[in-house]
Design a binder for this molecule. Sequence first.
Ligand code: HEC
Ligand code: HEC
Ligand code: HEC
Ligand code: HEC
Length: 288
Amino acid sequence: MKWNAFATLMMLASTGFAAAQAGWSPSTDVLGAHLNYGRGCTACHSPHSGASGNGSAKAADASSGNAILWGEDVSSLYGKTITTGGGRFVETLPASMSATTPDVSGMLTCLSCHDGNYAQNAMMRNKIYESLPASYGSNNAIPTLIANNGTSTGSYLSDHPVGLSAKVSCGANNWDCSQSNGVISMKGANSNKFVTNYGFFVKLGNYSNNAVVVCTTCHNPHAMNVVTVTSSSTSRLPAGTYATMFFLRGPFNPNDSNPLSNQTAQFCRQCHGDKSNEMNGSTAGTVF
Ligand code: HEC
Ligand code: HEC
Ligand code: HEC
Ligand code: HEC
């Protein structure tokens, strides 16, 4: 008995260091909310016949399933204009799943369930799935249908800039990074230091040789609660698993019991370099 308890402790100590430190529970399925109440991978990727294979085709769509075997109906979103960032970023959604721009797999996909206006899906409960710490407000349930969020239906004005015009830049008012053919390299003195302190986990889209922001830039639909750092990651945090929430691609744990934790702010600083410690003469790294 005694030995078993000791062995368990040792195992936790060696394998669970980063996870335990960050508060992630290794017993939960990483797909989380995207288990889609039991339907699993096939809610999103239909092995045959696109949306028809899921019985969810509202209209005949010859390109359904052509990109990443997409199995939700997106026909009602084709060519629609959505305006984010208070009006400055205007995005015309692709006209088919065969288009080759990054907003096909990076935006049309998510909006097929999360729009709630043009695209409506019965599966959605329009309520956050994870339990939130007390640092969030409790006056309302946090909506997941972002264009049907209880205010003005159909509006994306209150959403973070996304789309082919939401370009990430280097230089003035940002990181000392450089961009070539739409690929950002965090190799300046401060941006390189940030990669050491946190990392550059975002997956930018590439449109006309510009780095652009789509939904999958910040979110990885396959892992809700964990980020794995290995020696090949663009991060020099110790290898291991780190807690995240909301399918975010970098460590982002608002449940951290340390009130001085800054990991959630670090997530935003990946692209907002002017608001980082490194660009403002502070030596603070990432605090978990
Ligand atoms: C909620 C929707 C959703 C679910 C559920 C989902 N995926 Fe995906 N998957 C996506 C999206 C969106 C992309 C495109 C990602 C991008 O462009 O960055 C993708 C891409 C992929 C790709 C191609 C690119 C890559 O990352 O390798 C594969 C393979 C894949 N998914 C397999 C799976 C498997 C296997 C499962 C179940 C374990 C699964 N997916 C569950 C949405 C989903
Ligand atoms: C097949 C439908 C489907 C697709 C496609 C889909 N989601 Fe979801 N997503 C869900 C469901 C179901 C939930 C649980 C909440 C609900 O029912 O409203 C959810 C929840 C979420 C949450 C909140 C999870 C939490 O922390 O509670 C985020 C963030 C999210 N999805 C992002 C995305 C992004 C980004 C994409 C595109 C890459 C995407 N989803 C594509 C079905 C989908
Ligand atoms: C710049 C990064 C970024 C982009 C781009 C982004 N999100 Fe998010 N998203 C976040 C963050 C951060 C959160 C968690 C916010 C929090 O802690 O409350 C979030 C939360 C969510 C949630 C949970 C509900 C909520 O409001 O907290 C959903 C659903 C979601 N995102 C879907 C999307 C979809 C769909 C897109 C593309 C149209 C998208 N996101 C683009 C960063 C992003
Ligand atoms: C993937 C890169 C990226 C990440 C990560 C990111 N942003 Fe942004 N953000 C942008 C870009 C690009 C713009 C548009 C910049 C411009 O041209 O003005 C923007 C604009 C904004 C704006 C101004 C919006 C407006 O209407 O003018 C705010 C505020 C903002 N971001 C907050 C955040 C917060 C908070 C986070 C973390 C939850 C975050 N951002 C994470 C890329 C990013």
